[in-house]
Ligand binder design. Structure first.
Ligand SMILES: NC(=O)c1ccc[n+]([C@@H]2O[C@H](COP(=O)([O-])OP(=O)(O)OC[C@H]3O[C@@H](n4cnc5c(N)ncnc54)[C@H](OP(=O)(O)O)[C@@H]3O)[C@@H](O)[C@H]2O)c1
Length: 292
């Protein structure tokens, strides 16, 4: 049986992969920084010699977008240097590397969904480091870079869980309506990644490397997303639309980060859910956990 190494496995995407791994016929090795610090090149080499993974799904990253502006050294160490370490080990062992990236590699000046060949122009330190990581990952002979956007999960901290919590505490909230993108349920992304791995495993000729875009279907603003969250939770909290200029943050975010997913859908024959139905599913899952 083939072995899949998941790094950063305690994060949102890693936890979703762990949840889904029970239904998939692979040997999984889940690691987070305590088991395998991917910034440590010697630790990576020793780990690969021992585990000999056929596939590596790198879910490890520095993802605190605003804090990243003042912690550049550590951001680049985790998001770029560590990817170099994985590339070296994957290249040596002939492993497939699946690296996750972000719509924050774009400047957000487009008004039509971004395709993979569009030029990157990151506006934040996080975005710059993820763009550099893409280039590193693509030097690996068998690599796939999947850009995604607005990731949320029942695991970890994210916009959905913050809105639900604040909706219980406040009567009203202001949310920006001039940043447009697509929310992505990490469970859907995890499922798509496992589907791709399964297809490559069943027939290596199905492998197509390079850049791919994956988010849920549809488009919304953070304001629309917040309204949907409150509606699905039955919250009475009112949401007011505000402009980005009224909510300044240390990191600049793209005004428009919608990803065109035609390439991943046609290459790997992936079906993608609409963001609203996936949000419904996630909130149902949260409610089930809370009532246990
Ligand atoms: N979150 C989003 O909205 C979003 C959007 C687009 C793309 N992405 C990308 O999607 C991927 C998954 O994101 P996510 O939201 O699942 O991230 P996450 O929840 O922040 O998880 C990242 C995990 O990596 C771990 N980690 C940090 N440094 C490490 C190291 N040196 N070695 C091993 N593990 C380390 C973190 O541990 P600690 O928590 O202890 O630091 C955490 O468990 C990332 O590549 C991210 O850039 C995320």
């Amino acid at each position: 049986m083939k072995t899949i190494l998941v790094t950063g496995a305690n994060g949102q995407l890693g936890s979703e992969l762990k949840k889904l791994s029970k239904n998939v016929k692979f040997d999984f090795v889940f690691t987070d920084v305590d088991e395998l610090d991917i910034t440590d090149i010697l630790a990576c080499a020793a780990f690969f010699d021992n585990v000999r993974p056929d596939f590596v799904i790198n879910c490890a990253a520095y993802t605190a977008v605003d804090k990243a502006e003042s912690e550049k050294r550590i951001v680049w160490k985790i998001n770029v240097d560590a990817v170099k370490n994985l590339v070296i080990s994957c290249s040596l062992h002939g492993s497939y590397l699946i690296q996750i990236s972000t719509d924050y590699v774009f400047d957000g000046k487009s008004s039509v969904p971004y395709v993979e060949r569009d030029l990157v122009a990151p506006q934040s330190e996080y975005g710059k480091s993820k763009a550099a990581a893409e280039l590193e990952a693509l030097t690996c002979p068998k690599s796939l870079v999947i850009r995604t956007s607005w990731l949320y999960s029942t695991f970890g901290n994210n916009f959905v869980k913050t809105m639900i919590r604040m909706g219980q505490q406040r009567e009203a909230l202001n949310v920006v309506f001039d940043q447009i993108g697509t929310p992505t349920y990490a469970e859907d992304l995890a499922s798509a990644i496992l589907e791709i791995v399964g297809k490559i495993d069943s027939d290596e000729k199905k492998f197509a490397g390079g850049l791919f875009h994956y988010s849920n279907e549809g488009v919304c603003s953070w304001y629309d997303f917040a309204c949907a969250i409150m509606k699905l939770c039955g919250s009475k909290c009112r949401i007011y639309p505000i402009e980005t200029s009224d909510y300044p943050t240390p990191a600049k975010r793209p005004k428009y980060g919608v990803l065109n997913k035609a390439k991943i859908k046609s290459t790997y024959e992936i079906d993608i859910n609409h963001w609203y139905s996936s949000l419904e599913k996630m909130i149902d899952a949260l409610n089930r956990v809370e009532t246990l």
